[in-house]
Design a protein around this ligand. Structure first.
Ligand SMILES: Nc1ncnc2c1ncn2[C@@H]1O[C@H](COP(=O)(O)OP(=O)(O)OP(=O)(O)O)[C@@H](O)[C@H]1O
Ligand SMILES: [Mg+2]
Length: 323
């Protein structure tokens, strides 16, 4: 039996998310039909519930890896403030190694207030902070011993992304790249990096910023000219993926009520990588990633619904065809 327990290093954002649930966030209709929230200036409004949680693609990924029985290391930047303490406490509670965390001396930890309306709709006030101000050489893989690099949004810092991918390849690590909006805007440079990495996971809108295709299968095929494993999600419409051997088309894992969709994409991508790092095939990985993200949207907060090892999976609508 293989006793090796894979280690995954996740790089990217760490933030605190504070949810306020209140009847007062019930939207009102403007003349043009648009829904808005409005408060008289200077008023004080009561809310019914407050929920503290933490997020950011890299910390959410680490929690998936750890709950799935893998070693997880977080690399990212926070400020010296209570939100940073909350991020580290959540990582500790899930046994994530946070010894590679960096502190910004200029910026506070990323922080969002999410106003939850009774209908489940939400308005987000966000301070992006330390997670979006990376100094050029803030992160390095020197001294890191890991099997996989899981690199999420780096706030458009392609140079840093390139450095991390190159360092990982030099160490023979596998690389999963989950680019953020800032990286996607620099399509040509990102596509160069897609040739170097082992796996990419993106939603359809994002993949369409990089490749052309008349349908879902064409989109993933074109992306797979660059990257061996390509996975494209499309919210409740399902998933299309390829590993250059097969094409997998999957539907919805479960039609659950969406309580809070924060972290859906992170749970999917990290679930996918956790499963593949354990040696599962693409089809099994998609089932687990779908279950993980479905459970996340069914709970408040990006980490609450992340599945623990041993959770019993069921089948889902899924078709496999030759590449
Ligand atoms: N309404 C929904 N019902 C059930 N599952 C959902 C729903 N929305 C998303 N999911 C699950 O989450 C996965 C990822 O969702 P989506 O394609 O919207 O990712 P994303 O756009 O990257 O999300 P994010 O906004 O978090 O970046 C889906 O493949 C699906 O498994
Ligand atoms: Mg996403």
């Amino acid at each position: 039996m293989d006793e090796h327990k894979p280690t995954i290093l996740a790089v990217g954002a760490a933030v605190q998310d504070v949810f306020l649930r209140g009847d007062v966030f019930k939207p009102v209709k403007e003349d043009d039909g648009e829904l808005v929230e409005e408060f008289p200036l200077g008023s004080k409004q009561d809310v019914e519930e407050i929920i503290f949680s933490t997020g950011g693609g890299a910390t959410n990924g680490c929690v998936t890896f750890s709950r799935q029985g893998l070693n997880a290391i977080f690399m990212g930047q926070i400020g010296r403030d209570p939100a940073g303490v909350a991020v580290l406490e959540d990582l500790k509670a899930d046994h994530v190694d946070s010894s590679m965390v960096q502190y910004s001396e200029k910026h506070n930890t990323g922080y969002s207030v999410l106003l939850l309306a009774p209908s489940g709709e939400r308005t987000i006030l966000t301070y992006r902070g330390a997670s979006t101000h990376y100094e050029e050489n803030v992160f390095s893989l020197d001294g890191v011993d890991a099997d996989w690099l899981f690199v999420t949004s780096l706030a458009g810092n392609i140079k840093l992304l390139e450095k991390l991918v190159n360092e990982a390849k030099a160490k023979n690590m596998k690389v999963a790249m989950i680019p953020g909006k800032g990286e996607l805007k620099q399509g040509d440079k990102l596509k160069e990096l897609m040739h170097k990495v082992d796996l990419v996971s993106m939603n359809k809108e994002e993949l369409q910023m990089l490749v052309e295709g008349d349908d879902d299968i064409q989109l993933v095929r074109h992306a797979s000219d660059m990257t061996p494993i390509v996975v494209m999600t499309d919210g409740p419409r399902g998933v299309t993926a390829t590993d250059r051997k097969q094409i997998v088309k999957a539907g919805m894992y479960e039609d659950v009520p969406v309580i809070d969709r924060t972290g859906a994409g992170d749970a999917f991508a990290s679930g996918l990588v956790a499963s593949i790092a354990k040696g599962h095939d693409l089809k099994q990985a998609i089932v687990f990633a779908s279950a993980n993200s479905t459970n996340v949207v069914n709970n408040i907060g990006a980490k609450t619904g992340i599945l623990h090892e041993g959770y019993e999976l069921h089948d889902m609508p899924l078709e496999v065809s030759d590449f």
